[in-house]
Design a protein around this ligand. Structure first.
Ligand code: ATR
Length: 279
């Protein structure tokens, strides 16, 4: 039985909606596994109420929260400090309260790269084709460059967005912006192909490019985990390429949040297992 006492620490997640979030399951399993006296609960916070909700974190001595859509950007001005990734991204997915001082972090991009490392993929000096220039694309591109990728080619439907992201990233490494139509000209030179768009979540979604052209030598990653294997991953698998879905990113962004909050090494295998059972 879950034992909650007067000493139990409270953590949670802010989202709107938050019902679909898998973080409560994953973080609760992690606290339980390490015997940490803490609970992790979902908070449905509308964007209009966010400021009050953040004040509530301080007022109620809540130790930490995750932040999800559509609040990741909106929460930034209400925090006391943010880390380098969160400052660059203008978005926070993890908040830690240190005696009421609220510090924002963004573990999405590093969680993504951790998930590649877990699969034995070395990004050092590699050329990456990154599809998407939204919030997720930005986080992934930043972490890839910070952690040693040789070059990131950003392809986006709205090419202007890819260009503006590429400009922001210029000081961190080699970046290029292209349109979705250009992807086929780059495929032969890429080591890693990453989809960060939502295209592929629905059965009816069209392909992002001609998947028959995926080189077998590439590692193909989709940050989607529902479906577990998108059409992109199925096609890549058929070509003999190594494939990785978004479950690892979900686990590792949570693992990093857990480490920030508790200082303990997160039980990554347990966190992954509870998610697998749920999906
Ligand atoms: P997230 O935070 O999940 O990244 P987002 O910031 O809304 O969400 O970004 C969505 C990304 O998916 C963008 O790169 C978007 O392309 P545009 O910048 O051109 O809008 C991409 N995307 C969404 N629907 C798409 C579609 N039908 N075809 C191609 N790209 C799509």
């Amino acid at each position: 039985m879950l034992k909650i006492t007067g000493k139990t620490d409270v953590y949670g997640i802010f989202g709107f909606p938050v019902k679909h979030s898998l973080s409560p399951l994953m973080q609760t399993a992690a606290f339980h596994t390490l015997g940490i006296d803490a609970v992790y609960v979902p908070f449905e916070v509308s964007p209009e109420d966010l400021k009050d909700a953040v004040a509530g974190l301080r007022a109620m001595n809540i130790k930490g929260i995750n932040v999800t859509v559509p609040l990741k950007e909106k929460i930034v001005p209400f925090l006391d400090r943010v880390d380098e990734a969160a400052a660059f991204l203008g978005a926070v997915n993890t908040v830690k309260s240190e005696n009421g001082i609220l510090i924002g972090y963004n573990t999405d991009g590093d969680g993504f790269v951790d998930s590649l490392e877990e699969e034995g993929v070395d990004i050092n000096g590699k050329t990456v084709l990154l599809i998407g220039a939204g919030g997720s694309g930005k986080a992934v591109a930043f972490a890839l460059l910070k952690r040693g990728a040789g070059k990131v080619v950003i392809a986006n439907r709205t090419v202007e967005k890819a260009k503006s992201l590429a400009e922001k990233l210029e000081s961190y490494g080699k970046v290029e912006a292209v349109s979705l139509g250009d992807i086929e000209n780059f495929l032969e030179e890429v080591d890693l192909i990453v989809n960060t768009t939502s295209l592929g979540m629905k059965e009816s979604d069209p392909p992002l490019f001609d998947y028959a052209l995926i080189p077998s030598s590439a590692v193909v990653v989709d940050i989607i985990y529902k479906p577990f294997k998108t059409k992109l991953l199925l096609a890549a698998e058929e070509k003999g390429a190594k494939i990785i879905n978004g479950l690892g990113m979900l686990v590792h962004q949570g693992a990093r949040a857990f480490r920030i909050w508790t200082g303990y090494e997160p039980p990554v295998d347990v966190m992954k297992k509870v998610l697998m059972e749920q999906l």
